[in-house]
Write a protein that binds this ligand. Structure first.
Ligand SMILES: NC(=O)c1ccc[n+]([C@@H]2O[C@H](COP(=O)([O-])OP(=O)(O)OC[C@H]3O[C@@H](n4cnc5c(N)ncnc54)[C@H](OP(=O)(O)O)[C@@H]3O)[C@@H](O)[C@H]2O)c1
Length: 317
């Protein structure tokens, strides 16, 4: 199949492209800045911006299926508007090009539980994409565990750098993390399952955990010790945002919307994807171990693991 991957420079897209190549597809990618993209042999690179109609349409010419793996949080607070426009532009161009299938990866979460702005925006993009004449397969995931995932990076740096954390009550929200390898297996797998065209699926790993467990088990895997986590009801997300900004390197524009989403439970209620793709799911601890074992990166520094570190919020009580 001729397949286009948008968001190919991103975390999910960069893992998906080699998998699609290995599966024998003719793969092309859409990137905004070709000079920043290290392509794979045999992958055609198209430069264009989904917010700039006229700049990217050539990438869709002759494509059978396209992956939509784009979000605009890095660009600041009006990301929802940009994401709506980018999805609309994609739909118009994909319809003109006669694309038959598209695959989107969005977020889990129950709409009746008042989703955060970020999760609402992800769902809105799903709705816009579903208006295309192509058949859309939507996958919805919670936090993806892998090297380069902004949400996992935020958790990892907090967990490893703060032996004591005073947190808002969101630490007891449930989530269902999934390993990047499993996400890629589902994303690539649905293309070979025609009956998944036009459907929406929830995807998750084998473990349902609270964010407290996610942080404790991540710290244990990386450093061998668990942080002390003390939830305090009076802390607002705004204060959490402040110290996440201080402690982690995740850009504020991405970290803030993600933190506001921590109030929403993100677990799989319908696992019908497994009727089509019964892949063996990676246990959480193994996913973390794989994500942090990147020989190209130096190990966590001694300063990062200092037992003197604690959440600055503790000092504000
Ligand atoms: N990471 C997670 O834990 C997670 C969890 C659940 C769902 N998801 C979903 O997975 C999808 C991909 O997320 P990710 O984590 O891979 O994000 P990411 O690493 O931040 O990548 C975002 C990608 O979007 C591209 N992009 C942004 N604006 C664009 C535009 N106007 N035109 C063309 N490309 C544009 C970026 O390109 P540049 O390099 O040019 O900026 C980048 O390649 C999203 O739909 C996200 O909601 C992710």
């Amino acid at each position: 199949m001729h397949v286009l991957v948008t968001g190919a420079t991103g975390f999910v897209g960069s893992h998906l492209v080699p998998e699609l190549v290995d599966a024998g597809h003719r793969v092309r990618v859409l990137v905004r800045d070709q000079t920043q993209y290290e392509g794979l042999d045999g992958v055609a690179v198209f430069e264009g911006d989904l917010l700039d109609p006229g700049s990217f349409e050539a990438a869709l010419d002759g494509v059978d299926a396209a992956y939509y793996l784009v979000h605009s949080m890095h660009a600041g607070p009006d990301y929802a508007d940009r994401d709506r426009r980018a999805a609309r532009n994609f739909v118009d161009a994909a319809d003109d090009a006669g694309v038959e299938r598209a695959v989107y990866l969005g977020g889990l979460g129950e709409e009746r539980e008042r989703l955060s702005e970020h999760l609402k925006s992800r769902r809105e993009v799903e709705r816009v994409l579903s208006e295309g004449t192509f058949e859309l397969t939507s996958l919805r995931a919670a936090i993806i565990i892998g090297d380069g995932s902004s949400s996992f990076e935020m958790v990892r740096q907090l967990a490893v750098r703060l032996p004591v954390m005073v947190t808002p009550k969101w630490v007891d929200t449930e989530c269902q993390p999934i390993a990047i390898g499993d996400v890629v297996a589902y994303l690539a797998g649905v293309l070979d399952q025609p009956e998944t065209a036009g459907e929406t699926y929830e995807i998750g790993g084998p473990d349902v955990l609270t964010y407290r467990e996610v942080m404790a088990r991540t710290a244990e895997t990386v450093t061998g010790r668990r942080p002390l986590i003390v939830p305090v009801p009076v802390l607002t997300p705004r204060i959490s945002m402040y110290w996440v900004g201080l402690v982690t390197s995740v850009p504020k524009s991405v970290a803030y919307p993600l933190i506001l989403g921590l109030k929403n439970s993100v677990v799989v209620h319908d696992d019908s994807i497994r009727d089509h793709l019964p892949i063996e799911l990676t246990p959480f601890d193994e996913a973390v171990a794989r994500a942090v074992h990147n020989p190209a990166k130096p190990p966590e520094s001694a300063a990062d693991q200092s037992t003197e570190g604690y959440s600055p919020v503790a000092g504000e009580r």
